[in-house]
Design a binder for this molecule. Structure first.
Ligand code: HEC
Length: 196
């Protein structure tokens, strides 16, 4: 009997605790989410721009000094580590995802599929936010914005020279990231912000 009362007391306490806690928690989250949306988009935009500048400056400079084949090796060895070090700097997780990925590490996750499908069909360059479980994810389209992209993502044997193609095939035997034209949707920036 004593044990029963003890259990009952615990259950009532638990019910009261969760009943009092949940709505409040919900409110705090909604409130926080509402006021943060614009700030998060601004933060995501500035991080995506900064990372893009770093990657682009590197790939253009290395292509110029060492040629496209060497630039493929450079991207293979450095694109991920550059992105990772910027993730640390900005305290978030920065990824580039694509349905037609070159590096399998950039394959979209299950939760990204619907966003990719929607954003690939829109001409818009607007970012998109997804939130849940205290995590906010920022997505923004990446396009084949300049002819230089085609040297490594364009039509094989036409835009992409044979030596470059060989280097790509050697490093990425299951590469999907060719056949693009200028202006095409290439994938998404995905920036995940931890719970604050
Ligand atoms: C010198 C060749 C080269 C050029 C030029 C180049 N890329 Fe890439 N790109 C690569 C390689 C190699 C990878 C895989 C990097 C890795 O292993 O992380 C890659 C990966 C990517 C990814 C990540 C998704 C995936 O498929 O793995 C995106 C997005 C991308 N490139 C877009 C672009 C855009 C946009 C441009 C033009 C501004 C561009 N690239 C120019 C070689 C190139």
């Amino acid at each position: 009997m004593k044990k029963f009362l003890y259990n009952l007391a615990i259950s009532i306490f638990a019910i009261l605790f969760f009943a009092s806690c949940n709505p409040k928690q919900q409110q705090v989250n909604d409130y926080k989410y509402e006021i943060d949306t614009i700030a998060i988009i601004q933060r995501g935009d500035s991080i995506a721009n900064a990372v893009q500048q770093v990657l682009l400056a590197n790939v253009l400079q290395v292509s110029k000094s060492g040629g496209t084949v060497y630039a493929v090796t450079f991207c293979n060895e450095r694109a991920m580590s550059l992105t990772d070090s910027l993730s640390q700097k900005y305290n978030c997780l920065i990824e580039r995802i694509s349905q037609k990925y070159r590096n399998p590490a950039n394959k979209p996750g299950e939760s990204d599929e619907a966003v990719l499908l929607k954003m690939s069909s829109l001409a818009s360059a607007e970012p998109f936010l997804l939130s849940g479980n205290g995590i906010v994810t920022y997505y923004k389209p990446i396009r084949i914005a300049m002819p230089a992209c085609l040297n490594c993502h364009g039509i094989e044997g036409k835009d992409i020279s044979i030596p470059t193609l060989e280097a790509i095939r050697q490093k990425y035997p299951n590469d999907l990231a060719t056949g693009y034209k200028e202006g095409d949707f290439r994938g998404l920036w995905k920036i995940t912000f931890p719970e604050e």
